[in-house]
Design a protein around this ligand. Structure first.
Ligand code: C2E
Ligand code: MG
Ligand code: MG
Ligand code: MG
Length: 276
């Protein structure tokens, strides 16, 4: 009897895995089709200089509006896109759209720096720098209005290649930001070795900074680090005025978060950019 119970359990388990595999295949197929169907949208979230109350930049954040008209969060599909390689055409699509939109804002008189998330899979493609160069030329955006966001993990994986890629990107004239700064495992020495322009303080530190002295202390340390190395700073995930005030006191001027703007389509963010 024990054996049979075991067998049943095994069968149940196997069906479960099968269902998961089928669901996963469906997701992959839908994600692939979504490119041709134009279901990927690029939203933008403002970065605000609190001293002059101006939008100085935006971050491009991809959204997937699926056939059921649901907006799927990137947390759900980016990891799958990375595993399947779909991130390469998807990332290219986002970059092209973002560069076009930055050019449109520039044409209307606003120097808005556009930040684009780049995943490790994209960054490590042999033709990545050529692709970026091609997109800059085809869209006609001013390269200094474009910034690429990478994570510490990208730098930790292959120092030599990463440094070479970053130097070539810098030659194109664009900026480099470290996203989710403070959460990675790499050494701080890379801040000296790699051509980096901006540190983005991870939103986890900002979220708890008012109640957890350790988070507040880490932010203080990151601000000092950035000031002493001559790097720009952006705080992510700023949701309440008290966080903004505390960050400003510590020396951080540029904020991104729901307090200022949720990620939104081009037209909506344009209204924020062109007020006053
Ligand atoms: P990220 O690059 O760190 O982007 C910041 C995330 O925090 C965004 O989530 C944004 O909507 C969210 N956020 C902004 N302000 C607040 C706030 O005040 N409170 C809270 N709780 N959250 C806030 P989103 O759009 O869901 O994107 C999640 C992640 O997916 C991004 O994290 C990024 O790693 C990745 N991602 C998004 N778009 C792309 C893309 O085009 N390419 C790649 N490779 N990754 C992307
Ligand atoms: Mg980012
Ligand atoms: Mg981040
Ligand atoms: Mg993140």
């Amino acid at each position: 009897r024990a054996k049979q119970g075991g067998k049943n359990r095994y069968e149940f388990f196997s069906t479960d895995i099968e269902e998961q595999l089928i669901a996963r295949h469906m997701l992959e197929r839908h994600m692939r089709e979504a490119i041709d169907q134009g279901q990927y949208l690029v939203y933008y979230q403002a970065k605000v200089d609190v001293d002059c109350a101006q939008v100085v930049g935006v971050e491009a954040l991809v959204r997937w509006k699926n056939s059921a008209d649901e907006l799927v969060s990137p947390a759900k599909f980016i990891p799958v896109a990375e595993e399947t390689g779909l991130i390469v055409p998807l990332g290219e699509l986002v970059m092209r759209r973002a560069c076009e939109d930055a050019r449109r804002w520039h044409e209307r008189g606003a120097n808005i720096v556009i930040s684009i998330n780049v995943s490790a899979v994209q960054f490590e493609m042999a033709n990545f720098v050529d692709k970026v160069s091609q997109i800059l030329h085809q869209t006609g955006v001013r390269p200094d209005l474009v910034e690429l966001e990478i994570t510490e993990g990208v730098l930790a994986r292959n120092h030599v290649q990463a440094r070479d890629t970053l130097l070539r990107l810098k030659e194109l004239g664009l900026g480099i930001a470290i996203d989710d700064f403070g959460t990675g495992y790499s050494s701080l020495a890379y801040l000296k070795r790699f051509p980096i322009d901006v540190l983005k303080i991870d939103q986890g530190f900002v979220r708890d900074m008012l109640t957890d002295p350790s988070d507040a202390a880490i932010i203080t340390a990151i601000v000092h680090l950035a000031q002493n190395l001559g790097l720009e700073l952006v705080a992510e995930g700023v949701e309440v005025q008290e966080q903004a005030a505390a960050l400003r006191n510590k020396g951080c001027r540029i904020m991104q978060g729901y307090l200022y703007s949720k990620p939104a389509p081009f037209d909506e963010i344009s209204e924020l950019i062109f007020v006053a």
